[in-house]
Structures are given as C-alpha cells and as structure tokens.
Design a protein around this ligand. Structure first.
Ligand SMILES: [Zn+2]
Ligand SMILES: [Zn+2]
Length: 173
C-alpha cells in the first residue's frame, strides 16, 4: 500500500488511536505531528552523486507540481515536483549544497540549493523567511509513493505535459 492512497484512512485512524512511529512498506515512518495535527512521514533523500544526503518529515498530502517558467529552466524539464517541510524537520547529514538566489520582480529572493558536484536540485526557501523549505521530490528515496495533490502555474504549462498516457511506451530506453 502506498503512502498517498493510505493517507485518508490513516488520518481517520490517527484521530482514534495514537499511532506514532508506524512503519510504512517502504521503510518511511509516519506519525502524528503534535503541532499541526497532520500525518507526517519521515523520508530520506540524496543527490544523484551521493555527496549530499538528508532526512526530513513531510506531509505526503502536500506534494505540488509547479509549471512555472523558473522551475522549467532550473530543472531543464517540463515541470517540477516539490513537497514542503520545516527547517527544523530537515537534517542534512552529509555534504553542503550550493546556493543560487533567484530574484523576482516583487523583490522576493528565492533560494535554490543544489549539489555542487552533480547539480541535482535539492531544496528551496524564501531567503527572508527561511523556515519553510521545499524539497525536490525527485531526490527523495520514497518518491514513488508521493503523489501530487495540486498543480500551480498552469498558465505556463507545456501543453503536452498533462497528456502523456497516449504516447507509445516502453519499459526501458
Ligand atoms: Zn551530488
Ligand atoms: Zn515553479
């Protein structure tokens, strides 16, 4: 059973039974966050070359696809998938990401952290308010269990990006 499909059921159970530290099939551990009363799961992640590794707690119901032009450029891809955490719930236990600051017309300064060796995008946050951190889902070990619940900046979405299912498919290259 994947994290995403089991969340509504887990939410109901968690209101009746205090199920702290319940392991999921992938090894992620889920528990009820005493502060915000949502189900959180513990995840692990790393960049492609392995120089940077981290652990965090996330709410698997908050996975978002972003189609903005910045995400397209910064990933070199059609869109980006991220999930939020708090800085206090993120532990980088190996390596040090490089910081790139993206300025916006509004004056906001958005930090983009990536591996200096392999370039994998890892974290993002507002420089003026760094408590909320976005994790790039592609670098999370449990990513196959994280299903987006929302997409933003549809107005710059590449038209084909929401209709891949009809393309001829093969399991490997
Ligand atoms: Zn790396
Ligand atoms: Zn974006």
């Amino acid at each position: 059973m994947g994290i995403a499909r089991s969340v509504p059921q887990e939410r109901r159970r968690a209101t009746r039974v205090d199920r702290l530290e319940r392991p999921s099939p992938c090894g992620a551990r889920r528990r009820r966050n005493p502060d915000c009363r949502v189900i959180v799961v513990k995840i692990s992640g790393s960049c492609h070359c392995g120089a940077i590794a981290y652990e965090a707690e996330i709410d698997p119901a908050r996975v978002v696809v972003c189609h903005c032009c910045d995400c397209q450029k910064l990933t070199g891809s059609a869109y980006r998938v991220s999930v939020g955490t708090r800085r206090s719930q993120l532990v980088v236990h190996r390596g040090k990401p490089t910081l790139y600051v993206k300025g916006a017309d509004s004056g906001a300064k958005r930090a983009q952290e990536f591996c200096p060796c392999c370039g994998s995008p890892l974290f993002t946050y507002d420089l003026q308010n760094p408590e909320k951190v976005g994790l790039r889902v592609g670098c999370i070990d449990q990513r196959s269990e994280l299903r987006p619940s929302k997409q933003v900046w549809r107005r710059s979405a590449l038209a084909w990006s929401s209709c891949l299912a009809h393309l001829p498919s093969q399991e490997q290259e």
